[in-house]
Design a protein around this ligand. Structure first.
Ligand code: NAP
Length: 311
C-alpha cells in the first residue's frame, strides 16, 4: 500500500510546495499519495504549518508516524495535547543560508556604521573609520542549527563570537557559554547581540531591563529569533537611554506588527516583516522527504523536537 502524506499547511502554500515535494519524493524513489484532504485514519505523515485560530486535533490520525513542521520554530504546535506522534522541526540549508545572510548583513551594517554614512550625505567630509571586526565582539544567543551557522560565518569574517546555549557546547572558533553566568558574560562583552533562541517559557524576556543593563553602552540588538525573547518596554527604555544604540527586529509578539506599535516610528529601530529566513520549498522538500524515508524504513527521525524542552 502506498504511504499517504497529508499536506496540512493551507491551500496558498500547496501551490508552491506541491511540485517540489513531488520531485523530492520521486528523487528518493518513494511512491506515495500526496494529498491535501483524506480520511485521518489513512494518513502516514503530516506536513504541517500553523494557520487559523483553532489548534488542530491530531487524535484521529491513528496511523501517523510523524508530524513534519514546515517551520523551524514550533511554539504553536509543541504544546498541543492531542499531538502524541513524533514532531520534527525544519532544518534545511536554504533556511540556514537565509539566516546567515540576514544576520551577517545587519551585523556588518551596524559594524560599519552604514546608517550614519547614509544619513551623512550632506557635503561634509567627516571621516569616521570603523574598528576592524576583530575589535567588535558579537554575541549569538542560541547555538542551534541557525545560531551556529551565523556564529561560524561571523567568526569567519574576523568577529570574536560569544555563543550562548542551554547546554554546554564546544564549537571551534566560538567562545561557547551556557547558564545564567554565561549569559551575563556574553552580554557584558558583546557590542552586537543576535537572538536566535526558540520561543519557550524559559527564553521569554531573555533580554529584559536587568539583562539589557549588562550591555556595553551603545550596543546593537538584532532579533530574528522570536518576539517573546525581548521585553519590548525594557528595550524601548534602553533605546531611549542610549544603552542600546539600535535594534533590528524581524519577529514580534503580535505579527503583523500593529501599525501603531512604537517600534515602527522609533528612529533607532528597524522593523523587518519576519523575512530573515524563509523555508524554501526546493531544499526544504528534500529535508521533509528524508524524514519520510526514515519513517518508512523504521530509522530514527532527524530534528525531533524535545517536547519537554519545547524546541
Ligand atoms: P535550534 O536548532 O533548536 O537551536 C536552539 C538553540 O537555542 C540551541 O542552541 C538551544 O540550546 C538554545 N536554547 C534553547 N533554550 C535555551 C535556554 N533556555 N537557554 C539558553 N539557550 C537555549 O533552533 P534553530 O533552528 O537554530 O532556530 C532558532 C529559532 O530561530 C527558531 O526557534 C525560530 O524561532 C527562529 N527562526 C526565525 C526565522 C525568521 O525568519 N525570523 C526563521 C527560522 C527560525 P542547546 O543547543 O543547548 O539545545
Amino acid at each position: 500500500m502506498k504511504p499517504v502524506i497529508l499536506f496540512a499547511a493551507g491551500p496558498s502554500r500547496w501551490r508552491h510546495w506541491e511540485a517540489p515535494l513531488r520531485a523530492a519524493l520521486s528523487d528518493a524513489g518513494i511512491d506515495a499519495d500526496l494529498v491535501t484532504e483524506t480520511t485521518p485514519e489513512t494518513v502516514d505523515f503530516i506536513i504541517y504549518a500553523p494557520g487559523g485560530d483553532t489548534p488542530p486535533d491530531f487524535t484521529p490520525f491513528t496511523r501517523c508516524k510523524a508530524v513534519l513542521s514546515l517551520w523551524a520554530g514550533v511554539e504553536r504546535i509543541v504544546g498541543n495535547p492531542t499531538l502524541t506522534q513524533p514532531l520534527c522541526r525544519m532544518v534545511d540549508p536554504g533556511l540556514e543560508q537565509g539566516m546567515v545572510e540576514y544576520v551577517t548583513g545587519h551585523t556588518l551594517r551596524a559594524h560599519l556604521g552604514i546608517d550614519a554614512v547614509l544619513a551623512g550625505q550632506n557635503g561634509r567630509w567627516s571621516p569616521v573609520v570603523p574598528p576592524l571586526a576583530s575589535e567588535r565582539p558579537v554575541a549569538i544567543l542560541g547555538l542551534g542549527a541557525l545560531g551556529t551557522a551565523c556564529a561560524q560565518a561571523l567568526a569567519g569574517l574576523g568577529f570574536p563570537v560569544l555563543g550562548w546555549s542551554r547546554r554546554a557546547k564546544d564549537i571551534p572558533g566560538i567562545t561557547c557559554l551556557h547558564g545564567n553566568k554565561g549569559l551575563r558574560s556574553a552580554l557584558s562583552q558583546a557590542q552586537i547581540i543576535v537572538t536566535l533562541l526558540p520561543a519557550t517559557p524559559e527564553t521569554e524576556n531573555t533580554l529584559n531591563a536587568e539583562t539589557l543593563r549588562l550591555l556595553p553602552l551603545g550596543a546593537v540588538i538584532i532579533n530574528p529569533g522570536r518576539g517573546t525573547l525581548i521585553d519590548d518596554d525594557a528595550l524601548l527604555a534602553a533605546l531611549d537611554s542610549g544603552r542600546v544604540a539600535q535594534a533590528t527586529l524581524d519577529v514580534f509578539r503580535t505579527e503583523p506588527l500593529p501599525p501603531d506599535h512604537p517600534y515602527w516610528s522609533h528612529p533607532r529601530v528597524t522593523v523587518t516583516p519576519h523575512i530573515a529566513a524563509d523555508t524554501r520549498p526546493a531544499s526544504a522538500s528534500r529535508a521533509l522527504v528524508e524524514n519520510i524515508r526514515r519513517g518508512l524504513e523504521g530509522a530514527p527521525f532527524q530534528n525531533l523536537v524535545d517536547r519537554k524542552a519545547g524546541y
